[in-house]
Design a protein around this ligand. Structure first.
Ligand code: NDP
Length: 294
């Protein structure tokens, strides 16, 4: 398959600076929290629970705590051993649900093998569901009434809006159908009147479908799967995938090849990742406001 017709006139591709956008959105939240505190209220608080010793998870949890503290949000960390039972974890969640000083709850995934992630997600009070994994939260998204929404899809929508990518009437192709990325981003795009095609590992002629996309979201965890000739000239390409290959983080999109074809591309580092954490903060702040009616 040859490269698209745009070969002769390369398109000036905007590369998302996810860190800069995240910083600007976090600055707005810091201001909001500053005003709440100046009015005599306590700051919002995110509880982060980590079971097990996975070094990557530990580093994610630390990153989330730093992000909270940088905007004046409180956070509490619960580090549990790998041997934690499901009942013990559910009991901790019950305590956090009952604690009026906690506004958002995030249980870091993956969990130890003996613990069901579905059971944990269902135990979190939907009013404190900062990670938006409770089935009621997903159901509200389906019904179009959600306030708390999965963080990565929210981050993607913020990126598209920041770069003024037209969504209404656009053909959006989403590769991946997970509960945390593929399904919710498909719903959000459809709610904004995109025509959405959702693809997965059994999709036939994936490249051909992708070539029709005005907005292409790749969330598979398959490094460099999306090639230059999968991309329509001028498309917005959102690369969610992050896979470690030879000690380096690699996205789902062949970034260098797609640059010059897409109108917008997100890099695997400093791309969607910082936006995901930003939306976790956004959900916690929103959960606080909804619970406290402020
Ligand atoms: P999952 O493993 O839950 O889902 C992957 C999806 O990709 C599945 O629907 C699967 O299809 C599909 N898929 C896999 N291989 C192919 C293929 N060859 N062709 C077409 N579709 C394929 O992953 P997640 O959604 O949780 O995460 C996806 C990626 O995004 C990962 O790399 C993850 O690390 C990253 N991620 C990054 C975040 C960030 O903040 N930057 C946040 C969340 C995730 P099927 O259903 O048929 O198996």
């Amino acid at each position: 398959m040859s490269r698209p017709a745009a070969e002769d006139a390369p398109i000036e591709t905007q590369v998302l600076d996810g860190l800069a956008l995240a910083k600007s959105l976090r600055g707005e939240m810091a201001e909001e929290i500053g005003k709440l505190v100046a009015a005599g209220l306590r700051p919002p608080c995110l509880a982060v629970v980590l079971a097990g010793d996975d070094p990557a998870s530990r580093s994610y949890v630390k990153g989330k705590q730093r992000a909270c503290s940088a905007i004046g949000m409180d956070s509490v960390e619960h580090l549990l051993p790998e041997s934690t039972t499901q009942d013990e974890l559910l009991e901790l969640i019950d305590q956090l649900n009952a604690n009026d000083g906690v506004d958002g709850i995030l249980v870091q995934l993956p969990l130890p093998d003996a613990i069901s992630a579905a059971a944990v997600a269902e135990r979190v009070d939907p009013a404190k569901d900062a990670d938006a994994l409770h089935p009621l939260t997903s159901g509200r998204l389906l019904a179009g009434t959600a306030k708390l929404v999965s963080c990565t899809p929210l981050g993607i929508m913020a990126v598209l809006d920041h770069h003024e990518i037209p969504i209404e009437g656009a053909h959006a192709v989403v590769i991946g159908r997970s509960n945390i990325v593929g399904k919710p981003i498909s719903l959000l795009l459809q709610q904004r009147n995109a025509t959405v095609t959702m693809c997965h590992s059994r999709t036939r002629d994936l490249a051909g479908i992708c070539r029709q996309a005005d907005i292409l979201v790749a969330a598979t965890g398959r490094p460099c799967m999306v090639k230059a000739d999968w991309v329509k000239p001028g498309a917005a390409v959102i690369d969610v995938g992050v896979t470690e290959v030879d000690g380096k983080l690699v996205g789902d999109v062949d970034f260098e090849a797609v640059k010059g074809i897409a109108r917008l591309i997100t890099p695997s580092r400093r791309g969607i990742g910082p936006m995901t954490i930003t939306m976790l903060l956004r959900n916690t702040l929103l959960a606080y406001r909804l619970r406290k009616r402020v």
